[in-house]
Design a protein around this ligand. Structure first.
Ligand SMILES: Nc1nc2c(ncn2[C@@H]2O[C@H](COP(=O)(O)OP(=O)(O)OP(=O)(O)O)[C@@H](O)[C@H]2O)c(=O)[nH]1
Ligand SMILES: [Mg+2]
Length: 340
C-alpha cells in the first residue's frame, strides 16, 4: 500500500464499518506507555505531523532535553475513531510506578488531568473518583515505546517482560512495541530481546522532533504502517464477540487486586523488618545480660579469693601472735638471775 492509501485507510477507519458491527466501541484509545524520555510525546507529534500534513508542532510537549517531562495523562485526537493517549512515563519499575501505569493503561484514571504518583490505597480512591469519566466504549490498545539508545540492562529484562505480560492481562492485547531512536543503537539485538519476551509486533522508527523534522518517506511510512497495523489488529479482534462493559469491570478488578496484593506485601515486609529489628534489639539486650553475668561471676570469684586470702592471712597472723605471746610468756617464767 502506498503512503496515500495508508493515510486514507487510517483516516477512514470507523467501528461502524467492521463486519461484526461496532460491538459497543466508538474509538481506539492508543495507550502509549514506557519510561521517561523514551519518545512517547515525540511519537504523538510525529503521528499528528504525518497524518495532518501540516507544519511540525510540538503538541505533546516533547521535552527539548533527553529527559522526559509529561506529568499529565493527555489525549490527542488523531481521527474520529483514533485517539492517542500520552501517559505519564515511569522512572523505575517498582510496584508503585507500575501500579500507576496499569491504572492509566486500564483507562481507569481521568484523561487530561495531571497524574499524581500516590502510595498506599490512595490509587483506589482515585479510580473510584474517576468512575464517572471512564468510557466503556474506548477500545484500549497498549503501545509500549522503548528507546534503543537506552539499551536494556540485562537485570531488568524479567521485570520488563512481567510489565508487558501484565499489560496483556489487563487489556487482552500483547502490547505492540515501538523502538524509538532507531538508528542510535543495535536494532537487531534489541528486537531479539523483545522477541524473547514474547512480543510479536515490533516496529522501529526515528521520531520527528523539534530539532529534526525534515520529511522523509521512510519516517512517514514507519508511522503510517504502525497505525495501519494497529487498526488491522483491532479489526481482527472484533471478529470475536466482546463485552466492553465487562472488560472495564475486569480491568478494574485486576488493578484492585494488584493494589491489594502490593499493599499486603508491603505490610508483610514492614512487619518482618520490625520483627528483625526487635530481635536484634532483644539480641543486644541478651548480649548485655550475658556480659553482666560474666562480670558478676568474675567479681564473685575475686571476692572469694580475697576472702580466702584474708582468712589465711588472719590465720597466719594469729599463729604468729600466738607464737609471739608464747615466747613472751617463756621469757617471763625464766628464773631471775641473782647477782651475788
Ligand atoms: N533522535 C531522536 N530523538 C528522539 C526520538 N524520540 C524522542 N526523541 C527526543 O528525546 C527527548 C525525549 O522525548 P519525549 O518525547 O519528550 O519523551 P517522553 O517519552 O514523552 O518522556 P516523558 O514525558 O517523561 O515520559 C526529546 O528531546 C525528543 O526530541 C527519536 O526517535 N529520535
Ligand atoms: Mg512525554
Amino acid at each position: 500500500m502506498d503512503l496515500k492509501a495508508l493515510t486514507r485507510y487510517i483516516k477512514n477507519f470507523s467501528f461502524d464499518q467492521c463486519p461484526a458491527g461496532r460491538r459497543g466501541y466508538r474509538r481506539i484509545l492508543l495507550q502509549l506507555f514506557g519510561f521517561l524520555g523514551h519518545g512517547k510525546s515525540s511519537f504523538i507529534n510525529s503521528c499528528k505531523y504525518v497524518l495532518e500534513d501540516t507544519d511540525y508542532v510540538n503538541y505533546a510537549g516533547a521535552n527539548m532535553s533527553d529527559e522526559g517531562r509529561t506529568t499529565a495523562r493527555i489525549s490527542y485526537k488523531l481521527t474520529e475513531s483514533l485517539t492517542l493517549v500520552d501517559n505519564r512515563g515511569c522512572g523505575k519499575m517498582d510496584s508503585y510506578e507500575t501500579g500507576e501505569i496499569f491504572a492509566q493503561l486500564a483507562n481507569l484514571l481521568p484523561l487530561d488531568v495531571p497524574v499524581e504518583w500516590s502510595r498506599g490505597f490512595r490509587l483506589v480512591d482515585r479510580i473510584v473518583d474517576a468512575e464517572t469519566t471512564v468510557r466503556s466504549s474506548d477500545f484500549v490498545f497498549p503501545l509500549f515505546l522503548y528507546s534503543i539508545k537506552k539499551r536494556i540492562p540485562s537485570n531488568e529484562v524479567e521485570d520488563l517482560k512481567k510489565l508487558l505480560q501484565n499489560a496483556e492481562r489487563l487489556t487482552g492485547i500483547f502490547p505492540f512495541v515501538v523502538l524509538t531512536y532507531k538508528t542510535f543503537g543495535n536494532l537487531t539485538e534489541t528486537e531479539e530481546i523483545f522477541r524473547k519476551m514474547g512480543v510479536e509486533r515490533i516496529f522501529a522508527l526515528e521520531n520527528y522532533t523539534t530539532e529534526d523534522h525534515h520529511r522523509t518517506r521512510g519516517r512517514h511510512e514507519a508511522v503510517l504502517t504502525l497505525l495501519y497495523e494497529v487498526i488491522r489488529e483491532v479489526e481482527f479482534l472484533l471478529r470475536q464477540p466482546r463485552n466492553p462493559i465487562q472488560e472495564v469491570k475486569d480491568r478494574k478488578q485486576f488493578i484492585l487486586r494488584f493494589i491489594w496484593e502490593r499493599e499486603m506485601k508491603s505490610l508483610k515486609t514492614e512487619q518482618e523488618s520490625r520483627r528483625v529489628k526487635e530481635n536484634l534489639k532483644l539480641g543486644k539486650d541478651q548480649y548485655r545480660e550475658e556480659d553482666r553475668r560474666q562480670f558478676d561471676e568474675e567479681m564473685n570469684r575475686l571476692v572469694e579469693r580475697l576472702e580466702f586470702q584474708r582468712q589465711s592471712d588472719r590465720q597466719k597472723l594469729e599463729a604468729e601472735i600466738k607464737q609471739y605471746k608464747m615466747m613472751v610468756e617463756k621469757l617471763n617464767k625464766k628464773p631471775q638471775c641473782v647477782i651475788q
